[in-house]
Design a protein around this ligand. Structure first.
Ligand code: SF4
Length: 205
């Protein structure tokens, strides 16, 4: 199959695949355009948004490399550039000083907030579809993502609610947090339960 050859693009599968490819091109374009005025590369924009919403334990150079799908050296370069712009800082993790966390500065927090709407145009196009098409699209794209995830091409980050390891109100009086993560065997604060995590596994209904 060669979807890049227009003559071969005569099946439903090839037409959908090329449409998905064009959407990724549009996303890259939106990231580049937004970054131009703010002197940020697409990778730096994605890094700021990652650090804003990922759970603290994964906000490291390695975690960023996984999220961006790049090497450790490239991830380190992205972090250096953001640190040079005073948007992030490196801080040792309080529980284990050997682990260096990447943390948004207050300037980085405001910058990330300004970038949050970068994919609004894509969402608007989706919202323009009738409900039934959106539901079908959701199921179809989720199935494609699951396939790509099990093949190791993408890491899915989700928040705790809906994860099979999430135990809601497991210890309501614990000052460290009322919820529990059975995967890490650790308490979870209300705030942290809304952060994205790469170890999320959907709960069985
Ligand atoms: S494994 Fe599940 S419950 Fe634990 S932190 Fe990750 S998403 Fe939350």
């Amino acid at each position: 199959m060669a979807i890049f050859n227009p003559k071969r693009r005569n099946t439903l599968g090839s037409q959908i695949t090329i449409a998905l490819y064009r959407i990724t091109q549009a996303i890259e374009h939106l990231l580049r355009e937004r970054g131009k005025g703010r002197y940020l590369s697409p990778a730096q924009i994605q890094a700021l948004l990652f650090l804003k919403y990922a759970r603290p334990g994964v906000c490291t150079i390695g975690g960023l490399a996984n999220r961006l799908g790049v090497t450790y050296a490239t991830s380190s370069g992205v972090a250096d550039a953001l640190e040079g712009k005073r948007l992030i800082q490196r801080k040792p993790l309080s529980e284990d000083q050997r682990v260096i966390m990447l943390v948004l500065t207050s300037k980085g927090e405001s910058e990330a907030e300004m970038l949050e709407d970068v994919l609004d145009e894509i969402e608007a196009a989706v919202n323009a579809l009738p409900d039934a098409e959106r539901v079908a699209l959701l199921h179809a794209t989720q199935a494609i993502v699951r396939h790509l995830q099990s093949a190791g091409y993408v890491i899915v980050y989700e928040m705790c609610w809906g994860c099979q390891f999430f135990q809601r109100d497991a210890h309501p009086a614990d000052p460290r947090g009322p919820h529990h993560c059975a995967f890490m065997d650790a308490p979870l604060s209300e705030l942290n339960s809304y952060l994205e995590c790469p170890d999320f596994v959907p709960a069985k209904n």
